[in-house]
Design a protein around this ligand. Structure first.
Ligand SMILES: [Zn+2]
Length: 233
């Protein structure tokens, strides 16, 4: 059964890079019954990869803590080593995507058919090759500020990023709306961004607002976007 048999609205989240701040994010999501897709780089989990942005320390988590942490959510590919696919040869692209899928499938014991573009970069050649790598849907980074279901599953634009000013207005609009056809609110970001500018507090208020509505389906990106049925666990 597809969610659209029962619902006209779906809310999904998509978070990238598998960093330590995901521990706090997952706790909040689980508390509110929200589902997320985590886009991971299997080649950057060991040894720990650390960097800094706006004074916030960012570190990717080791693989052994991830299956337990992300239980109940979807795992998707973000390439083995976070490379811009448009800069790779066909062969390099294949190994960055297929090797990542296989490593994540082995680690998590779930089918990996989703993808998020590193740096949001894609194109006609990239999409063609991704499809050959067994990827069913791929998310970019450019906000639409709208709730239309994507037409091109390999070029999915999210509704917005959590740190944008519009999220509360969009949430209220979505909650009050009674559309005639299926609509999707797709939010994306990186959990380390919550460490900046009181982001956690703001995000919790947002989750409180969005969660618990009988007429909204809360699913992972895979559950919301899968065409043919329940491919994703
Ligand atoms: Zn990324």
């Amino acid at each position: 059964m597809m969610w659209t048999d029962k619902y006209r609205k779906a809310f999904a989240l998509s978070y990238d890079d598998g960093v330590y701040q995901d521990v706090r994010l997952v706790k909040i999501l689980n508390q509110y019954g929200l589902k997320c897709t985590f886009n991971l780089n299997s080649g950057l989990m060991n040894p720990p990869y650390v960097w800094e942005s706006d004074g916030v320390r960012i570190e990717r988590m080791p693989p052994e803590m991830l299956p337990e942490l992300y239980r109940g959510h979807e795992i998707a590919s973000h390439t083995v080593s976070h490379l811009d696919l448009t800069q790779l040869s066909d062969g390099e692209l294949f190994s960055e995507v297929i090797d990542d899928r296989h490593a994540l499938e082995a680690l998590f014991g779930q089918s990996v058919r989703g993808f998020a573009y590193p740096y949001g970069n894609t194109g006609k050649r990239v999409k063609f090759l991704l499809n050959m790598c067994g990827i069913d849907y791929a998310r970019g980074v450019k906000s639409t500020y709208s709730f239309e279901l994507p037409e091109d599953m390999l070029d999915i634009a999210p509704t917005c990023r959590h740190k944008e000013d519009e999220i509360f207005d969009l949430a209220r609009q979505f909650i009050e709306w009674q559309p005639d056809s299926p609509k999707l609110f797709l939010l994306w970001g990186h959990s380390y961004e919550f460490d900046m500018q009181r982001g956690w507090e703001r995000f919790e208020r947002f989750c409180e607002l969005m969660a618990g509505h009988d007429d909204i389906f809360y699913g992972t990106c895979g559950e919301v976007l899968a065409k043919g049925g329940e491919l994703y666990g």
